[in-house]
Design a protein around this ligand. Structure first.
Ligand SMILES: CC(C)(COP(=O)(O)OP(=O)(O)OC[C@H]1O[C@@H](n2cnc3c(N)ncnc32)[C@H](O)[C@@H]1OP(=O)(O)O)[C@@H](O)C(=O)NCCC(=O)NCCS
Length: 184
């Protein structure tokens, strides 16, 4: 039986709220990382506040499946990835990922983590589809998601406004049967 937490470059892990809060506090200082991964205004939360937020979220984990991302070569914590069930009835979940350590962008670590979380969604959670959203200017994310098998399903024109420039939002999805066809 395959190890569903282990890819070719990374593994999915579990961290204490202290470890994750320290990492998020560091990654949030990277403005580009924030603007790639998030729509909310940038804010610098203390480690204490992030830890409290993580603990609050962990209280109801029936719909949330969150993992850290660690490299296989030296077990370095480089990011986080997760699925949020939008509906058990319809077997649909939203996916979110951010490789917070910028030295690991564009080297396949995020795409490897994507492959693992999608596999987890279809093999462990028996999902019917997985959905995600991204900013249209995030070309690397778009290419990464297409490599994993996501298809572009929608574009919301002028969804966001940053530095006085409006930008579009993109929505992508992958269906269980498409993934099975590619991966069995
Ligand atoms: C988005 C992310 C998950 C992608 O994972 P990754 O492992 O870095 O992606 P890859 O290295 O597989 O690169 C994907 C593709 O983008 C291309 N690419 C790399 N850097 C790029 C750049 N700056 N601009 C455009 N394309 C780029 C690569 O060439 C690759 O295509 P190829 O395999 O055909 O050559 C990861 O970079 C990340 O988390 N970034 C920071 C936060 C973020 O963007 N989160 C996503 C929010 S929706």
């Amino acid at each position: 039986m395959k190890d569903i937490y282990r890819g070719t470059l990374v593994r999915l892990g579990s961290e204490s709220p202290e470890v994750m809060a320290k990492a998020f506090a560091k990654w949030d200082r990277d403005t580009e990382q924030h603007r790639l991964a998030d729509s909310d205004p940038a804010q610098l939360w203390s480690e204490k506040k992030i830890k409290e937020e993580l603990e609050k979220r962990a209280e109801d984990n029936s719909k949330s499946f969150q993992f850290s991302v660690r490299t296989l070569e030296d077990d370095k914590l480089i990011g986080g990835v997760g699925l949020w069930i939008s509906s058990w009835t319809h077997s649909d979940a939203w996916l979110g990922i951010s490789i917070g350590e910028r030295d690991y962008w564009g080297k396949g670590y995020g795409t490897d983590a994507m492959r693992l979380i999608v596999q987890y969604g279809f093999l462990e959670l028996n999902l019917r589809r997985i959905t995600l959203g991204l900013h249209a200017y995030n070309e690397r994310a778009l290419k990464s998601y297409q490599k994993v098998g996501f298809q572009l399903e929608g574009r919301t024109r002028g969804e966001g406004l940053r530095d006085g420039v409006r930008f579009d939002g993109l929505y992508m999805g992958i269906l269980r049967e498409e993934w099975l066809e590619k991966n069995s």
